[in-house]
Design a protein around this ligand. Structure first.
Ligand SMILES: CC(C)(COP(=O)(O)OP(=O)(O)OC[C@H]1O[C@@H](n2cnc3c(N)ncnc32)[C@H](O)[C@@H]1OP(=O)(O)O)[C@@H](O)C(=O)NCCC(=O)NCCS
Length: 178
């Protein structure tokens, strides 16, 4: 596993389509990134467009990971859009292509986000996690701790409610964020 990271890549049409394709593949392999399988590109497009708008506005930042020329993972470093919460960020849409999961890409992507957060002088990073998939373990190994849980907050299907787990990584930064 040898990943190359790019923060704020140019959001070309090609990259947008690659992200939508990644999002679809990850969801259809059982990933917890805003949808429930099965999905097609048309299902993902509206939320993807919202996401791209946040990136274009500069409030959110995109981190991508390439293996060679292939996009294998992304995450969004999201601004809280509230002046009392400028000292921390939310990581959203953390995803690695199913073909490359389990090889350390996700951990490497998260460590790069942590490195960026520290470089920006942030106090912390927050992730919300769909319960019932063991994902808390992935984040816990990276130093995130559970700080709350909204019981049965996510209704995946009638009779299939999941907790939304709130996780936090202390960065201890005390300077103004970028
Ligand atoms: C979650 C995800 C980003 C992890 O990326 P990855 O490349 O597969 O993970 P890594 O290979 O870096 O794994 C790092 C460690 O976390 C563990 N881990 C990874 N995914 C896990 C999961 N779903 N449940 C429990 N542990 C997990 C690995 O076993 C590994 O442990 P180790 O260090 O003891 O070997 C990836 O599986 C993914 O994209 N999943 C689908 C999308 C998704 O659900 N994202 C989460 C949004 S909150």
């Amino acid at each position: 596993m040898n990943l190359r990271f790019v923060l704020d890549p140019q959001l070309t049409c090609e990259l947008r389509e690659q992200i939508v394709a990644l999002w679809v593949d990850v969801t259809n392999a059982g990933g917890a990134v805003g949808f429930v399988a099965p999905v097609a590109a048309a299902d993902v497009h509206p939320l993807a467009e919202e996401t791209f708008a946040g990136l274009a506005a500069g409030s959110d930042r995109l981190l991508v990971g390439y293996e060679g020329d292939r996009l294998v993972g992304i995450l969004i470093i999201s601004d809280n859009r509230f002046h009392l919460k400028t000292h921390w960020r939310v990581l959203k849409r953390v995803m690695v292509h199913p073909d490359t999961q389990g090889r350390g890409c996700g951990a490497a992507l998260m460590r790069e986000a942590e490195r960026i957060g520290r470089a920006w002088g942030l106090d912390g990073l927050h992730v919300t996690v769909r319960g019932g998939l063991g994902l808390e373990t992935f984040y816990a190994r990276l130093g995130y701790r559970e700080v709350g849980r909204l019981p049965r907050a996510l209704r995946l299907a009638p009779g299939d409610d999941r907790d939304e787990v709130l996780m936090w990584l202390d960065l201890g930064g005390h300077t103004a964020a970028a």
